[in-house]
Write a protein that binds this ligand. Structure first.
Ligand code: PMP
Length: 284
């Protein structure tokens, strides 16, 4: 089955897809994106992802693109590739123009997408948990918009891998725990779950919202409030949430074991709830 790309209305093999060098996404990181994944051919929270995409575009004053156009492209890519568990990157740049910091008016946005099978979290990591380091959050002030400017995230992830850990957690200058390089973060302390509130400093994760709702229906006490690294190190459980990540426990942060250093019951329960509902197509 082919891995495909969509470039402004045309579908082709990924290797053949090209963008002009004067695309502002390439020159300035002037682009936004989304990543959506399917379970058994059904897209997880597609409209929530498209809401967020449209919000990112509005925040950067991009021209609007009809949602129907994006949905048709997703359907076509999906049908042509035939993957039951697919991941699509939707990337929209402001457009192509001679290089200039100032924004050239009236250039059409460029829409590119790729479809591939989802690269799953390894089974061993799901069962035994993952490890992380903390890093200073050096990202810009609008982390709530999903832009393609991911250099800080990419360097932090590599820093984690070079330290024999699986991921990095961004922490502010004041020690406030923000999120992972491509995920949100929850801590569990006693019966209390906590995650960072929605501000400009984190991405409003779709999985984060699904997990908040699942906690409420399962009568788990969850709050959105700031917490610092001491609370992270002292938590009974810590987990990351994200589209492919789903719910992934962290059992060690900065070489300190979390709780007893094993995957905890709350993380396991929430992962099972989310995964079952997603597989049953109840989270579309
Ligand atoms: N935070 C960041 C920085 C991310 O890149 C992602 C992944 N898109 C997330 C959180 C999780 O978002 P979602 O649950 O929508 O995948």
């Amino acid at each position: 089955m082919p891995e495909l790309a969509y470039v402004n209305g045309t579908i082709m093999p990924i290797e053949q897809a090209m963008v002009p060098i004067e695309d502002r996404g390439y020159q300035f990181g002037d682009g936004v994106y989304e990543f959506v994944a399917s379970y058994q051919g059904r897209w997880f929270m597609l409209d929530a992802h498209l809401d967020r995409l449209e919000r990112s575009m509005r925040e950067l004053a991009f021209d609007t693109i009809p949602r129907s156009e994006i949905k048709v492209a997703i359907r076509d890519l999906s049908e042509r590739s035939g993957y039951p568990r697919a991941g699509i990157y939707i990337q929209i740049s402001r457009g192509v123009a001679p290089r200039n910091h100032a924004i050239t008016p009236d250039i059409p946005p460029q829409i590119i997408m790729t479809i591939r099978p989802v690269k799953e979290i390894p089974e061993e990591m799901r069962n035994n948990g993952a490890t992380a380091i903390t890093v200073h959050d050096t990202r810009w002030g609008r982390c709530d918009t999903k832009t393609v400017q991911l250099l800080a995230n990419s360097l932090a992830k590599q820093n984690a891998l070079d330290s024999d850990c699986d991921d990095a957690i961004f922490v502010s200058d004041q020690g406030i725990v923000r999120e992972g390089t491509s995920s949100n973060l929850f801590i569990v302390t006693g019966d209390q779950l906590t995650t960072h509130p929605l501000t400009n400093s984190i991405l409003p994760g779709i999985t984060r919202k699904v997990v908040l709702d699942l906690c409420k229906t399962a009568n788990l006490d969850v709050k959105e409030s700031f917490f610092k690294t001491e609370a992270l190190y002292g938590a009974d459980e810590v987990f990351l949430t994200g589209t492919v990540t789903e719910v992934l426990p962290l059992v060690c942060v900065d070489q300190k074991p979390i709780g007893n250093g094993k995957v905890g019951p709350v993380s396991r329960r929430i992962y099972t709830l989310l995964h079952k509902k997603a597989m049953a197509g109840e989270l579309e």
